[in-house]
Design a protein around this ligand. Structure first.
Ligand code: COA
Length: 277
């Protein structure tokens, strides 16, 4: 079946890696209500799409996302409470709920400007790879609005509180290298290598057992705000449910390879599924 097409986003494929591209480059990929509805629909579809093993979120042109569209999302809905409520719900749903619960690994490939509201989907992706010269900023303070939605929460969740306070309070822009230093991204690479390095990393993820990867990312996120006692309980139950979900885990294949066959050393490299060797 042909891929869906949308007005405000593009879907691109490289094998089992699916690129979801915010596609309003003339507005630096600012998020309009229409863009929110498109991404919401696409993420629901791609979560069940068998070809998608890794999802990459990126932007067309030289911007990743310039935040909420100040004209279409804020100004033009200010006298239309129903549309404001609908677009606000879609905005939160895809940028946080759908992305953090996406059943396959997600990578933010930050190809340029990343401002304001875009920090939510940046933090919702499991991994982030950025161009060294990308520009990040919490510009809200410049015209007297707070890093709203859940952006302030995202900042304190992802960065050390000193960094969160500094960048939220000053609005000072920073580059991709600094984004790595303060915990917002995993790697910063030269812009001309961004896509190749992202695909290289995606290929590593594709080789891992998808059930283990999914349960691990769900668990790492879930325990973040639990007590140690709750986390211990949760992780025990989660491990049992992983063994029910995946025969390879139930059969303890990896452990047999290490202890009995002595054919694999987990400390020296990731386990590859037999059929993918
Ligand atoms: N909302 C609405 N429109 C936006 C936008 C946003 N967040 N960001 C950029 N645009 C629009 C501009 O208004 C301009 O539209 P026009 O061509 O109709 O005039 C177009 O995108 C290009 O923007 P421009 O400022 O000319 O591009 P630039 O490359 O010189 O600068 C930015 C890019 C992202 C640095 C700059 O546009 C900017 O500071 N945007 C605001 C970012 C922001 O504060 N976001 C937080 C919102 S919560």
């Amino acid at each position: 079946m042909a891929d869906k097409t949308y007005e405000n986003i593009k879907i691109e494929r490289e094998g089992n890696v699916t690129f979801l591209v915010l596609n309003r480059p003339e507005k630096r990929n600012a998020m309009s209500p229409g863009l929110h509805y498109d991404v919401q629909d696409a993420l629901r579809w791609l979560d069940d799409d068998a070809q998608t093993r890794v999802l990459v979120l990126t932007g067309a042109g030289d911007s990743w996302c310039a935040g909420q569209d100040l004209k279409l999302y804020f100004r033009e809905t200010s006298n239309n409470p129903m549309e404001r409520k609908r677009s606000n719900a879609a905005s939160h749903n895809w940028r946080w709920e759908l992305l953090t619960r996406f059943s396959k690994p997600t990578i933010a490939m930050v190809n340029g400007f990343c401002f304001g509201g875009a920090f939510t989907q940046l933090c919702a992706c499991d991994f982030a790879i950025t161009a060294e010269d990308a520009t990040f900023g919490l510009s809200e303070v410049n015209w007297g609005i707070l890093p709203g939605g859940i952006v302030s929460w995202n900042l304190t969740d992802m960065m050390l509180p000193r960094h969160a306070m500094y960048y939220a309070a000053t609005g000072e822009p920073f580059d991709g290298k600094r984004a790595v230093e303060i915990g917002l991204a995993n790697f910063a690479v030269p812009r001309d290598q961004l896509r190749a390095k992202t695909l290289e990393f995606a290929a590593k993820l594709e080789k891992l057992n998808p059930s283990v990867l999914r349960y691990t990312k769900e668990a790492v996120r879930a325990v973040r705000h639990m007590s140690a006692d709750d986390a211990r309980d949760y992780l025990g139950a989660k491990q049992d449910s992983l063994a029910r979900a995946d025969k390879e885990i139930a059969d303890k294949v990896g452990m047999k390879k290490f202890l009995d066959e002595k054919s694999y050393r987990p400390g020296l490299g990731p386990y590859q599924r037999p059929e993918e060797k």
